[in-house]
Ligand binder design. Structure first.
Ligand code: NAG
Ligand code: NAG
Ligand code: NAG
Ligand code: NAG
Ligand code: NAG
Length: 513
């Protein structure tokens, strides 16, 4: 009797486990550590929940993680770690990104031995998660495995992704995340956004996609549908934004904002860093230019501006600096080549964060309630800096205009207790959501699998011809009706005017008689 119950129970338990455990493939081709940080958190959480995950990326796990399998593209990694912080402009950046992430990456990684080997598998996947950036060359996987796709981006929606979801992209108030303009635009900014949007779409469709299609057909077979067509079947898109910290924009039900999903639990700081922070009587300023830019590639002139400004404040400064030394280092400055950023920002004695404004750092600072000084360098950092300043979470300093005085002024401003209180308020606002971001991600991933791709989330705008979407036919029809009506009015008026004087003169004659 007991054994029967036991067997039944264990069968039931196994069934439950089988029902809830999915086989999920993640592909994150971009060799950028900060991007991968978010994907890694998400994939590890899925593995922890009991799903089986396979992760194709340039970053493999150092230790074995249960339910987590790496397909390593490591040997083909095109590192981006040494960007010069001088010589960079938004306009040449677009083409650098297209060339790197659109062409080179696809070329290298689709042809890599690890990927070719993986393609021989006849495994079944319940879902594919793909980083959406400039290229869609990996969409062939959806065709091969006949599985639904979820896209994920570490920024706000890239302009060319709107069309995949029929998402509104009105340039009057929705910014292109590769420009510096905020949501309230002047005439020239609206003109710039409109033109740049169309240029981006054009290059994405005809410069990147056409070449990628050829490449992908070589890898996935000539019966591959158009990559752009597969892309319009993407079920859902996670964006690294949230209206509590980035501009409020309309999003279709299939686009979910998950800013903060990469944030895990606070870990213990290395002893010497913790002591340095603990023992500062006036709090600590944390300076980091992120993982992509070497802070020590700042020009000497700009480096001295920072050092001299730091010398003038009573706070201690933690400087992420990739060199062993810094000439003329003040006593209140400590340099480290690498620092656990989130754990530092979580320390209550950390009072300000000087950053380049990458979305991860910005969301961590919002989460921890630390005021920011943002010096954007490239990518979405301008947009992020703008949002932070708009929200009252910090100060936007332009790199071109940097001076010791500007840095010192910004430091004294954000170190003011009033600024600190505002940052704490923003932290509460950022965290006030129906579900924490990582749980939100889990929920929607399982939702898409449960509902077999959840195609009901897509609006009818997807695959709608442009003339219909812009109502050009309706406008044309209404114009026609108006024209006919005006003609009619004109004709009637003309006739009346022709007849009336005669009638009037007739009746006048009659009266006289
Ligand atoms: C940056 O610009 C300077 C002068 O404008 C030039 O001499 C230098 O080679 C450039 N550096 C890089 C990495 O392109
Ligand atoms: C898109 O999805 C529909 C419905 O699931 C399917 O019939 C069609 O073949 C898909 N198109 C492509 C290009 O994958
Ligand atoms: C820093 O301060 C905290 C709280 O007062 C304490 O728990 C921790 O042990 C201190 N760490 C060091 C290294 O002094
Ligand atoms: C550190 O800086 C010095 C002087 O600026 C330079 O000569 C040296 O190459 C740098 N070292 C590293 C590891 O970058
Ligand atoms: C630089 O400073 C000048 C004068 O304060 C200002 O007019 C200009 O807009 C600033 N440039 C940027 C890029 O912020």
């Amino acid at each position: 009797m007991n054994t029967t119950i036991f067997t039944t129970l264990s069968v039931l338990l196994t069934l439950c486990a089988v029902v809830q455990s999915y086989n999920i493939l993640g592909i994150f081709p971009l060799a950028m550590r900060s991007h991968f940080q978010m994907f890694e958190t998400i994939m590890k959480e899925l593995a922890r929940q009991g799903h089986t995950v396979t992760v194709i990326s340039c970053f493999s796990q150092k230790n074995v993680v249960k339910n987590y399998r790496d397909i390593s593209l490591e040997s083909n990694q095109a590192t981006v770690v040494d960007l010069p912080s001088e010589n960079w402009s938004l306009y040449n950046e677009f083409f650098i990104i297209l060339e790197y992430a659109g062409h080179n990456l696809c070329e290298n990684e689709l042809r890599s031995r690890a990927f070719q080997e993986f393609l021989k598998t006849d495994e079944k996947f319940d879902l594919i998660i793909i980083e959406l950036f400039t290229s869609e060359c990996f969409m062939g996987l959806a065709h091969k495995f006949k599985a639904p796709i979820i896209g994920i981006t570490t920024r706000t929606v890239m302009y060319w992704d709107n069309i995949k979801f029929g998402n509104p992209s009105n340039p009057a108030y929705i910014s292109n995340n590769m420009l510096t303009t905020g949501p309230r635009k002047s005439f020239l900014e609206r003109l710039e956004t409109t033109l740049v949007n169309e240029i981006h779409q054009y290059f994405h469709d005809y410069y990147v996609n056409v070449k990628n299609q050829k490449m992908a057909e070589e890898v996935f077979g000539t019966d591959l549908p158009l990559l752009s067509d597969i892309s319009q079947n993407i079920s859902l898109l996670f964006t690294n934004s949230h209206c509590s910290i980035t501009p409020s924009v309309p999003l279709v039900p299939g686009i979910i904002e998950i800013a903060g999903a990469h944030i895990g639990s606070v870990k213990k700081l290395p002893e010497h860093i913790e002591m340095w922070i603990n023992e500062s009587n006036h709090g600590v300023v944390y300076f980091s230019m992120g993982s992509l830019i070497r802070a020590d590639s700042l020009s000497e002139k700009r480096r001295d501006m920072f050092i001299n400004a730091f010398r003038r404040i009573p706070q201690r400064v933690l400087l992420k600096w990739e060199n062993d030394s810094i000439p003329d280092k003040p006593d209140n400055v400590m340099i480290e080549k690498w620092m656990p950023q989130f754990d530092i920002l979580s320390h209550p004695n950390v009072k300000a964060f000087v950053t380049h404004g990458g979305m991860f750092g910005v969301s961590e600072a919002f989460h921890c309630g630390v005021p920011m000084i943002i010096i954007p360098m490239f990518g979405d950092q301008y947009e992020n800096a703008e949002s932070v300043e708009q929200n009252g979470g910090g100060i936007y300093l332009s790199y071109e205009n940097l001076s010791e005085e500007a840095i010192y002024d910004a430091l004294t401003t954000v170190l003011d207790p009033k600024f600190n209180m505002k940052a704490k308020e923003l932290s509460v606002r950022f965290k006030d959501r129906p579900l924490p971001p990582l749980k939100t991600v889990n929920y929607w991933i399982e939702y898409v699998i449960r509902h077999k791709g959840a195609s009901h989330l897509k609006t009818a705008a997807v695959r709608m011809p442009l003339y219909k979407y812009l109502l050009l036919d309706v406008v044309a029809f209404l114009l026609l009706v108006m024209l006919i009506f005006m003609f009619f009015v004109y004709y009637v008026t003309k006739t009346v005017l022709r007849i009336l004087p005669r009638r009037l003169s007739c009746s006048a004659k009659l009266k006289k008689n």
